[in-house]
Write a protein that binds this ligand. Sequence first.
Ligand SMILES: Cc1cc2nc3c(=O)[nH]c(=O)nc-3n(C[C@H](O)[C@H](O)[C@H](O)COP(=O)(O)OP(=O)(O)OC[C@H]3O[C@@H](n4cnc5c(N)ncnc54)[C@H](O)[C@@H]3O)c2cc1C
Length: 396
Amino acid sequence: MSAAVKLEDVRVTLGEDFPEIRASVRRICANFPGAYWRDLETHGAYPAEFVKALTEAGYLAALIPEEYGGTGLPLRAAAVILEEIHASGCNAGACHAQMYIMGTLLRHGSADQKARYLPPIARGKLRLQAFAVTEPTTGTDTTKLKTRAVRDGDHYVIHGQKVWTSRALHSDLMLLLARTTPLDQVKKKTEGLSVFLLDIGACRGKGLEIKPLAAMVNHNTTEVFFDGARVPAENLIGEEGKGFRYILDGINAERILVSSEAIGDARWFTKTAVAYAKQRIVFDRPIGQNQGIQFPIARAHAETEAADLLLRKAAALFEAGLPCGDDANMAKMLAADASWHAGEACMQTHGGFGYAREYDVERKWRETRLLQIAPISTNLVLAYIGEHILGMPRSY
Ligand SMILES: Cc1cc2nc3c(=O)[nH]c(=O)nc-3n(C[C@H](O)[C@H](O)[C@H](O)COP(=O)(O)OP(=O)(O)OC[C@H]3O[C@@H](n4cnc5c(N)ncnc54)[C@H](O)[C@@H]3O)c2cc1C
């Protein structure tokens, strides 16, 4: 759609939109029950079969245009895919980044880069799953990141360190944000950062080391060390020094997609809590008859419905080419809150059995807690609302 669309012409679809996609994703997920995810966690393993099934069904290529072999679906369809994965008790963390990382290549890559990489990514022959932005010493203050990329002939030489680079050991390519002009030599701190498409296989052992990072959730996350890794200059995405803007360009899509995972989690928690509350008898009555059990579940359900509406609005604005940052950020925060409250209610409803691994409640509870911190923490969303929507002074 063109940017000429007026706000009042934007339509939000209610109910179970994209019903065929929902039904198909549910069918795939039914083959990957809780026992599958529990077993993976025990071994810290990657859900290769699950990712393969989604790839073969074309879902990981949902946002790749048809001309590059993808399915060219709207962002809302991708959101529905992720929502259904999470509502089914599965977790899309193993592969969701491919959906939004790819957008940077699509929007800012050269014709040659797109022709070279997008078709094999769409076919599942090449995995673009790793997104290396966060660093151990600078955290959310992204423009201060210290990883350097220095031009040397027809290559860039990389030195530095990343942390929480998820899926780096299960990806062929890594989208890397590094500083090409030192911070003290740029007018604005957002300048001088560049994005590279790094071939992990070609660099490993040659100035690139990847170490698994044990974490509370099975996110296959890693620490990445660069000590002279060489990236061909042709793998620079867009213009040198403009990388921060390219990453920001993709952030609204990321917020919308992550919100939909939170909505899916919230729906799983609510459904699971309601079923248990109706069936568990204590003091000769179902525990769901007690307001102390029933009301937190009811409240979380209402919060989920509200967050879902804002998420749908953000996705509709995105699709219409209208500014959607405010709604995408607020949807992310509200959806993460709704899923966390639903998770808490589900955990409490299950009593001691909430801690039993076979119920999957504790796993989903740990997984959904992450959304308060990554990919952006709740405080930083509140800072955005305070400053950019409400016009208060910048708080940091
Ligand atoms: C499992 C997992 C997977 C991840 N995967 C990836 C990945 O694939 N790629 C990647 O690049 N990153 C990834 N991350 C990193 C994630 O995006 C960061 O952890 C997150 O952005 C927060 O950054 P930080 O951990 O450095 O926290 P910090 O920036 O150190 O912040 C710590 C706390 O202080 C708060 N805070 C900081 N500044 C302010 C302020 N001015 N006002 C109020 N509060 C403030 C924050 O909200 C936060 O709660 C992952 C993280 C985890 C845990």
